[in-house]
Design a protein around this ligand. Structure first.
Ligand code: BES
Ligand code: MN
Ligand code: ZN
Length: 477
């Protein structure tokens, strides 16, 4: 997306303005409303447009098009993101759109508006024989505030990172074996100052990464671990982020039913968010040391595959009985979390499409948050709220440990009960973070949407990128 500051919209350009409940014009809308008044109220009546959040009314007169978008009773930054995305979809064909939405007097209005338009402008066309020829949107900011350029440049870095994460998730699984994904991350990091390290199978063996190796056994395409490091001169804090990167989850020998497998190319969405966020953090020059880990493997039932009943030893020496090979995310995370914990960062955040149970609990739009303390919960909750990503805190009940007790190993990888599956997973993860403050986001729901909504497309969403960036920013303060 290209963004320009303008005194007035270019000729023929639709202008997006905000309306509050009961058709009260928001800041920047009064003049536009006056200019189309002759037709506006008739159009509002016909469309039932009242100014409620999510409503739009496109009013075209002989000399202009105005897109009225509802903001409800009170707009916040996320309301502006949603409004901008909704408005962009209402005039999908337009190559240029002007707006006054950012004039609403709330904190972070301009970046939110830019993000809403930019995130809505995403399309995945890499596998179309005849892709639609479409220029990226040009956004005209009317009455831009001083300093708009640096705001727009920071927002653009975030928008691009989210688009990268979406692209990686949307890529068909044949074309993103673990080493392919590592290569794409390396390419994307090439114009940043990130340090890139790749541990292939030999190194994984030397480093005792039994979880990642175990999951990778069933595929001809080997697993790997990618580490990206953002270093700064005097870091204000140290953050580690860890992503589950199962490039395809068939379930392994505990094979999934085919309908459950259809979207399992998205099982690397945590790793995609980590990779993309690392690139944004580097471009933004956030003064925090951030290390990103992507635990990459393909979970297939090939002849070498691990079996239910096998026991593996993770990086920190703890043993796990693999009761269900479809509970593979926690196995790769066990290694990556152990490694991350060794450097004793101030906080570890992992992101994983970990359990269907979390998706059942919170639905498609909300991620579950677990942690080993109050502070990590508060930090991640605040970051997600500022970023406009929806998460909800979940319990980590110590007495549920019995669900994953094994007869022969330190723990088993899947619960002995039908119930509380997301908790069984997080209790296992906690075994691998030592005493380091840790939070975990189960993004099984919001990583991949079955339906588009405002600035969020169908398919890969890039969920988590904005929360990670916001978390790093908050740790710089
Ligand atoms: N990748 C899945 C979880 C998932 C399900 C993500 C649906 C997104 C949408 C994970 O590896 C998995 O298979 N989990 C199992 C765990 C069970 C075998 C203990 C599950 O949730 O059924
Ligand atoms: Mn699985
Ligand atoms: Zn999985």
């Amino acid at each position: 997306m290209e963004v320009r500051a303008k005194k007035a919209a270019s000729a023929g350009t639709p202008i997006v303005v905000g309306m509050m409940t009961d058709r009260r014009p928001a800041a920047g809308a009064v003049e536009m409303l006056a200019s189309v008044e002759a037709v506006a109220s008739a159009v509002f009546d016909a469309l039932g447009f009242e100014g409620k959040a999510g409503q739009t009314a496109v009013v075209t007169t002989s000399d202009r098009t105005v897109v009225f978008v509802g903001l409800g009773d009170e707009a916040d930054a996320e309301g502006l993101r949603v409004a901008a995305g909704t408005a962009r979809n209402a005039v999908k064909k337009a190559e240029t759109v002007a707006t006054t939405l950012h004039l609403i007097e709330i904190d972070g209005a301009l970046p939110a508006v830019v993000e809403g338009f930019g995130l809505a402008d995403y399309q995945y066309q890499s596998y179309l024989s005849d892709p639609e020829e479409r220029k990226p949107l040009t956004l005209e900011i009317l009455d831009a505030p001083k300093g708009w350029k640096s705001v727009v440049s920071d927002s653009s870095a975030i928008i691009e990172a989210v688009a990268l994460a979406r692209d990686l998730v949307n890529t068909p699984p044949r074309d993103k074996a673990p080493l392919d994904l590592a290569q794409r991350a390396t390419d994307a990091a090439s114009d940043t100052s990130l340090k890139v390290e790749l541990w292939k199978v030999d190194r994984l063996r030397k480093e005792k990464m039994g979880g990642i190796l175990g999951v990778g056994l069933g595929s001809h395409r080997p697993p790997c671990l990618l580490r990206l490091t953002h270093t700064v001169r005097k870091p204000k804090a140290r953050l580690a982020i860890v992503g589950k990167g199962i490039t395809f989850d068939s379930g392994g020998l505990s094979i999934k039913p085919s309908n459950m497998m259809e979207t399992m190319k998205s099982d690397m969405a945590g790793a995609a968010a980590v990779i993309a966020a690392m690139i944004a953090i580097s471009k933004l020059g956030i003064p925090v040391e951030v290390t990103g880990y992507a635990a990459l493997a393909e979970n297939l039932p090939g002849g070498g595959a691990q079996r239910p009943g096998d026991v593996l030893t993770a990086r920190n020496g703890k043993t796990i009985e693999v009761i269900n090979t479809d509970a593979e995310g926690r196995l790769v995370l066990a290694d990556a979390l152990s490694l991350a914990a060794e450097s004793e960062p101030d906080l570890i955040l992992d992101l994983a499409t970990l359990t269907g149970a979390c998706k059942v609990a919170l639905g498609e739009k909300i991620a579950g948050l677990w942690s080993n303390g109050v502070e990590p919960t508060e930090m991640v909750t605040a970051a997600a709220a500022a970023a406009g990503e929806r998460i909800w805190p979940m319990p980590q009940p110590a007495d549920y440990w019995s669900l994953i007790e094994s007869d022969i190993a330190d723990m088993r990888n899947s619960s002995s009960s039908r119930y509380g599956g997301a908790m069984a997973a997080t209790l296992l993860l906690e075994q691998f973070v030592a005493d380091v403050p840790w939070a975990h986001l189960d993004i099984a729901g919001p990583a991949f949407m079955s339906k588009a909504e405002h600035y969020i497309p169908k398919g890969g969403t890039g969920f988590g990128v904005r929360t990670i960036v916001e978390l790093a920013r908050s740790m710089a303060e």
